[in-house]
Ligand binder design. Structure first.
Ligand code: MN
Length: 710
């Protein structure tokens, strides 16, 4: 039973390892023993027929062995490991590939998913030989579909038309495609199929007469010219006639295309010689000659096409090509890359990758924009295909995770995604999909939205941009709300009326001053911590006040107006110590100097403590005795995380309190720490304390303190 196959292989590949094919045959026969097909034939006749179909492609013995074994794992109890043990890894992988593809439930998924299913099919078959084996398998199944119940036949035919015929087309396996389509038509539209077959046969008598006359004349002439040629009428494909009738809404007689005859010759030189013979025999129709040999079609099709006035004065097309070109015309690029002699394995793989990319690119995108998009983003990445629980197929870039999947389904699904199941099992969100995975996303209404670290593992640009957009948008809304709340709170804290302070007019003026384009931008900036609520309120309140009260100009400190007195001692000259800068409200103690009067220190001053030990008799009791407003210089130190605008925030709080700043110095420590040293004039301790509280509540301010001693 295997002998005819071996003979065929020997004919095109004399060095082939026929023993390998024979062993595969014996292995398969044994494994399928006792099984039979619905046609009552032993089951093993099916893989044998598939292998025989593949000899048309002149495939190597490994592919043929795999074809013979292709149903062993799927339909018998034989594990793949046994095939690997007996035939090696390469053949085992081919069998495994076919088995996996066979398990895809094409029928269960929706028809509109056909394109993605085809792509999944291609992506799953890491080796194109797997696809070719699968196509041969399907072709033989279609040829032997008859014993199946009508319902099942329709299903298989539908699936073939949706998935397998287009794949054959894409691979350029036209011959497979034509036969698959004709067989599909036969089972899907039996009535129309029978009618077309009938009409083709009816017209045949007339047609064949003309074709025979033409082929005879041409054959004779070519023989005289010394060319060994094969001449025959171009075969008709029922499905393409059906398609034309359907798509153009015309009847059979209107679509019968022009008669064509085909000339197959040994060499390229012979092609041109034959063309001369044709043109000398029949009158060529001007401008109807195309040289696809010099300029092959993008699918590598080569041939000479010419139109002439035929034997009975009807237009007729003549196609002239070599055997090799003809092979390409029927089997497409497959005939070039599939296991030619002397092609090293790696080269073959490169070609394979190239073919795959070509196939991907030639995908018929309905929307050119979508096509461009995919070209731009995922051109050089492989893809992974994943099932939704509803049977849809979603294609994602290789390396995609459940988060990519979730965002592909819907932005909301992505934003509320909290977990994922793959093939029924819980997986982490950074799980990397494999082709054919069934994915299910777990969402929660209380989900807080995406997590920033998702950005570290998502691969699709859509998911990335949606996660980022979420953070931009959510944060802004959040920040605007938060900013508004903070400002209102701040107004209340300062016993100011929020509607008055935060009126649109006030905020608009401030926005312009601070280079924000809208009022919401100010809210967002406050909410985000870019500026403090205090600073904003103070600036607005300060502005309002400034309209009524001129800023204090008497910030100078007069020695006679210190407002310090000593009980029971008049005429003393007081000075405020420079080490601790006391202000009214501070507890103070006087120190009697030699010749410079009494220096006033804060009672907790460190220097004072030293005097107390060395010469306590010089200390004297003093008190504040303010008669009019005076200002006292204080040095403040502010430790903060350095950020743009912080000094501005601090100074606006101070100036809004109508307090004079004598000097401000910033020194930066480490990378992000800054120390602001300010000398300000305050009227008393209350003002100072309030000011220090306000400054210390600014975002990023860590600590505010008065300098205690120099
Ligand atoms: Mn099979």
């Amino acid at each position: 039973m295997i002998e005819p196959l071996l003979e065929k292989v020997k004919a095109y590949r004399p060095e082939a390892d026929l023993e390998l094919i024979r062993r595969a045959w014996e292995f398969a026969s044994k494994a399928h023993e006792g099984q039979s097909r619905l046609t009552k034939e032993p089951y093993v006749s099916h893989p044998l027929a598939a292998a025989e179909i593949l000899t048309e492609l002149a495939l190597d013995e490994k592919t043929l062995a795999a074809a013979l074994l292709h149903d062993v794992v799927e339909d018998t109890k034989t594990p793949l490991s046994e095939i690997e043990k007996a035939f090696g890894r390469e053949i085992a992988e081919l069998v495994d590939g076919v088995t996996k593809i066979s398990r895809i439930d094409f029928a269960a998924s929706k028809r509109r998913q056909a394109e993605n299913l085809r792509r999944m099919f291609l992506a799953m078959a890491k080796d194109l030989r797997v696809i070719v084996i699968k196509l041969a398998d399907r072709l033989h199944n279609m040829r032997t579909l008859k014993p199946l119940p009508a319902e099942r036949r329709r299903e298989v035919a539908e699936e073939t038309l949706q998935i397998f015929a287009p794949i054959a087309h894409r691979l350029g396996l036209w011959k497979f495609k034509w036969e698959l389509e004709d067989l599909c038509l036969r089972h899907l539209k039996p009535g129309k199929y029978r009618r077309i077959v009938h009409l083709v046969h009816k017209s045949r008598a007339h047609r064949e007469e003309r074709i025979r006359a033409a082929t005879e004349q041409l054959s004779t002439r070519l023989k005289e010219a010394g060319i060994k040629a094969e001449v025959y009428g171009r075969p008709k494909h029922f499905y393409s006639i059906y398609e034309k009738m359907e798509s153009q809404g015309v009847d059979f007689d209107q679509i019968l295309d022009i008669e064509a005859i085909r000339v197959i010759v040994p060499t390229v030189q012979d092609c041109y010689t034959a063309l001369g013979v044709v043109h000398s025999l029949w009158l060529p129709i001007p401008d109807m000659f195309t040289d696809y040999i010099a300029k092959p079609k993008s699918n590598l099709y080569q041939s000479l096409h010419t139109k002439v006035m035929g034997p009975i004065g009807d237009p007729m097309e003549v196609q002239i090509r070599t055997q090799e070109m003809h092979h390409t015309a029927e089997y497409g690029i497959a005939s070039h890359w599939l296991y030619k002699e002397g092609v090293p394995q790696q080269k073959a793989d490169e070609k394979l990758a190239w073919v795959r990319r070509l196939l991907e690119l030639h995908t018929d995108f309905s929307d050119p924009g979508e096509w461009l998009e995919s070209l731009k983003l995922d051109l050089f990445k492989d893809q992974v295909f994943v099932f939704t629980p509803g049977g849809d197929v979603i294609d994602l870039p290789a390396g995609a995770t459940p988060v990519d999947f979730a965002y592909r389904i819907h932005t909301e699904v992505g934003n509320s995604c909290v977990g994922a199941k793959v093939n029924g099992k819980l997986v982490p969100l950074n799980y990397v999909f494999r082709n054919g995975d069934l994915a299910e996303i777990l969402t929660s209404k209380t989900a807080r939205g995406p997590s920033l670290d998702w950005l570290s593992f998502v691969t699709s640009s859509a998911a990335k941009s949606r996660i980022k957009a979420w953070f931009r948008r959510e944060r802004r809304e959040e920040n605007v709300t938060r900013g508004r709340d903070l400002l209102e709170e701040e107004c209340k804290r300062q016993s100011l009326s929020p509607p008055e302070i935060l009126s649109d007019d006030n905020l608009q003026v401030l926005a312009e001053k601070m280079n924000y384009s809208t009022i919401d931008d100010i809210y967002a900036a406050v909410g985000f911590g870019e500026i403090s609520a205090q600073a904003v309120v103070k600036r607005i309140a300060g502005k309002l006040q400034a309209r009524h009260i001129p800023p204090a100009e008497t910030a100078a400190q007069g020695s006679l107006q210190l407002g310090v007195s000593a009980p029971g001692a008049d005429g003393l000259l007081f000075r405020l110590s420079r080490c601790c800068c006391p202000v009214p409200g501070d507890e103070i103690t006087g120190y009697i100097t030699r010749g410079r009067g009494v220096t006033v220190h804060r009672t907790d001053c460190r220097n004072l403590a030293a005097y107390q030990r060395s010469d306590p008799e010089r200390l004297m009791e003093v008190e504040w005795s303010l008669s009019e407003q005076a200002f006292y210089s204080v040095q403040l130190e502010i430790e903060a995380l350095d950020r743009v605008g912080l000094l501005n925030d601090i100074t606006s709080i101070i100036s809004a309190a109508n307090i004079n700043i004598r000097s401000a110095r910033v020194s930066t420590r480490k990378s992000s720490m800054a120390i602001f040293s300010l000398v300000i004039d305050v009227p008393d301790l209350d003002h100072l304390n309030r000011l220090m509280r306000e400054i210390s509540s600014l975002t990023d301010v860590l600590r505010v303190y008065r300098q205690r001693s120099a």
